[in-house]
Design a binder for this molecule. Structure first.
Ligand SMILES: NC(=O)c1ccc[n+]([C@@H]2O[C@H](COP(=O)([O-])OP(=O)(O)OC[C@H]3O[C@@H](n4cnc5c(N)ncnc54)[C@H](O)[C@@H]3O)[C@@H](O)[C@H]2O)c1
Length: 257
């Protein structure tokens, strides 16, 4: 039986850890050749090496998604190495810390938005022409439930993630007749180093956060990666401009359970 992403050339940004690393492994499992882009070269390399050790094809590219020249170089290197780019998950993001809205300064606000929102735009800007040129493709941008319900003490992050949803829908409309589907995934609490950083900064939030999920647990990075793989595959051929919550029921009301 044909695997979900057989012979696709697939890019994941922020692929050096967490959801991005799980996405890279899932892309390989589903038959794709994988490009792991991350600001952390060592982490990206380790993920690529693990895929190659497992019989797959993967390369690591160091790039900061908030810098246009580095995004362009990452995409040029992808095409130079694999000859095409068919699918991508724009997953890299930066939260910047935990403060109420009046405590943020302009520099930190800009730093969060430069990676979390502008970084997704820069990736789209340079991925779309390559995909269109090679006959079409699909993109999944990673947003957050924080964009939908708000996220106390994370105003620049939740605002940037809201921007990712608006950008996803806009680009989905622009490319619907040009062979490229663009969707977003909004994860709930997923077991990665970034949620551990959140619990370390606000220890009282651990149990409270788990309780906001109707399933009363955090998600595994692989549970998000499976949804990314599905939305990028031809099985999702009539889905574009959609935001899929992968959140264990965080956005339904678990009260009284
Ligand atoms: N973990 C959660 O609970 C959760 C919830 C909602 C949304 N998300 C989203 O899922 C995505 C992945 O999160 P995660 O928890 O796996 O994070 P993570 O911290 O484990 O991994 C993020 C990766 O992105 C890389 N990165 C950061 N800034 C970068 C930049 N400027 N350029 C290139 N790479 C960069 C990091 O080096 C790291 O490898 C993010 O978009 C995050 O906002 C996570």
């Amino acid at each position: 039986m044909q695997r979900l992403l057989e012979d696709k050339i697939a890019m994941v940004t922020g692929g050096g850890s967490g959801i991005g690393a799980a996405t890279a492994s899932t892309f390989h499992r589903d038959g794709a050749k994988v490009v792991i882009v991350d600001r952390n070269a060592e982490a990206a390399d380790a993920v690529a090496r693990a895929i190659r050790a497992n019989g797959g094809e993967a390369i690591a590219i160091q790039a900061d998604v908030s810098k246009e020249d580095q995004v362009m170089a990452a995409i040029e290197n992808t095409v130079a190495h694999f000859g095409a780019l068919h699918i991508a998950s724009n997953n890299a993001a930066y939260g910047g810390g935990f403060k109420t809205v009046t405590a943020w300064n302009e520099h930190d606000w800009d730093s969060v938005n430069n990676v979390t929102l502008k970084g997704v735009w820069l990736c789209l800007k340079h991925q779309l022409p390559i995909m269109e040129h090679t006959g079409g493709g699909a993109i999944v941008n990673i947003t957050s439930v924080g964009a939908i319900r708000g996220e106390a003490k994370m105003s620049p992050y939740s605002a940037a993630k809201g921007g990712v949803i608006a950008l996803t829908k806009t680009v989905a409309a622009e490319y619907a007749q040009r062979g490229i589907r663009v969707n977003a995934i909004a994860p709930g609490g997923i077991k990665t180093s970034s949620i551990e950083a959140y619990f370390n900064a606000l220890p009282e939030e651990r149990e409270a956060t788990i309780a906001t999920h109707a399933m009363r647990r955090l998600g595994e990075p692989e549970e998000v990666a499976d949804a990314v793989s599905y939305l990028l595959s031809d099985r999702a051929s009539f889905i574009t401009g959609h935001v899929l919550n992968v959140d264990g029921g965080m956005l339904v009301n678990p009260h009284n359970l």
